[in-house]
Ligand binder design. Structure first.
Ligand SMILES: Nc1ncnc2c1ncn2[C@@H]1O[C@H](COP(=O)(O)OP(=O)(O)OP(=O)(O)O)[C@@H](O)[C@H]1O
Ligand SMILES: [Mg+2]
Length: 325
């Protein structure tokens, strides 16, 4: 499905930093470098899976793309438009085409609004649909995400977790967006429900020609849905490539470790030379010099401690001085 056309989303050297403030005058004494110089493209119709350990900056990256966070540096091009410094008013127009789904839809749904009103709100706010047509649209949304119309008058707490995520998805597709950032949309759900929601997202992708950035902790969670996979470590992309290729022959030691942690149906396929990741994730406020992974890498060499490896321009790119063969 990947096309040679220009990317739908182009991220150039994006940095998302959070100031660390101290003292009575709240002086900025440093920064949490949640996303630190990330460049990548997302092409129309594909699903880019983004994986990495907790705190590595996945949500900060996803939220920056939809401009829920303001980038510290860098550029965000979406649909041939530079949206890096768009003001909130201008973003309203962009957000009909660029949406986000959260891990916990409950936190983002107003508990005092009925579903009918939650879903009608974007149509009313954007004034893109005549008032008389709004309920027809709401019914169609419910239908698309597999919720009975009879549920329209319920409040968010009257739904199961899976159903609530369906409401979150319905709201995101109100204007048939081009790109949806899915920030761990199934992580909080029962395993049996996870597959249903993943199937729904896959069906909607076909139906509406959607493009996804799909964020997950574990690499196994992105296997089913992704076209390509990007691996993040401490604010950086350390490897990116076609899903099958990356699963078959990971080049970064960190990717290899993530793949080993992912349980395979046949334990004999795991191989006998399992390497173990050592130590804790360093602080993103004080990332290690050189390669950020060097403090935990089983293959560390002298150069890794002093020189930062760059992520090359190849289709399967890796940021490592000694990539795995
Ligand atoms: N609003 C904020 N202010 C200050 N620091 C923040 C803020 N949001 C995130 N951080 C910090 O930025 C780093 C990256 O956090 P982020 O939520 O992006 O990680 P994540 O990869 O999404 O983690 P998880 O898998 O647990 O969701 C963490 O060290 C986190 O503590
Ligand atoms: Mg997160």
């Amino acid at each position: 499905m990947m096309t040679a056309s220009s990317p739908l989303l182009q991220i150039e050297q994006l940095k998302t930093y959070y100031p660390i403030k101290k003292g009575v005058f709240s002086r900025t004494v440093g920064h949490v470098k949640a996303v630190d110089d990330v460049s990548l493209c997302i092409y129309e119709g594909e699903t880019l899976g983004l994986v990495g350990e907790s705190g590595c900056g996945k949500s900060s990256f996803g939220r920056s793309i939809v401009r829920l966070e303001d980038p510290y540096e860098g550029r965000i091009w979406f649909d041939n438009e530079d949206i890096t410094s768009r003001k909130q008013k201008e973003l309203k127009r962009v957000r009909t085409r660029l949406q986000i789904i959260f891990q916990d839809p409950y936190a983002s749904l107003n508990p005092r609004q009925r579903v009918a009103d939650i879903l009608a709100e974007p149509y009313i706010a954007h004034k893109l649909v005549p008032r008389s047509e709004v309920q027809v649209r709401v019914n169609r949304l419910l239908d698309m995400v597999g919720l009975p119309k009879a549920y329209k008058n319920r409040y968010p707490h009257e739904f199961s977790g899976g159903q609530r995520q369906r409401i979150g998805i319905a709201r995101a597709i109100a204007f048939e967006p081009k790109l949806i950032v899915c920030d761990e949309p199934v992580s909080a759900l029962d395993v049996s429900i996870q597959a249903q929601i993943l199937n729904l997202l896959a069906d909607l992708q076909q139906e509406l020609n959607l493009t996804y950035l799909f964020i997950a902790h574990g690499i196994g969670a992105v296997k089913y849905i992704s076209t390509r996979v990007a691996v993040m470590y401490l604010g950086k992309i350390v490897e990116i490539g076609d899903k099958d290729e990356l699963f078959r022959s990971p080049k970064h030691p960190y990717t290899q470790i993530l793949l080993q942690a992912y349980p395979k149906p046949d334990p004999t396929l795991r191989g006998d030379k399992r390497i173990v990741i050592q130590g804790d994730v360093p602080s993103p406020a004080h990332p290690p010099a050189g390669c950020r992974f060097h403090t935990r890498c089983p293959y560390v060499q002298a150069v890794c401690r002093s020189e930062e490896p760059a992520l090359g321009p190849d289709a399967h790119a890796v940021a490592c001085h000694y990539p795995l063969a």
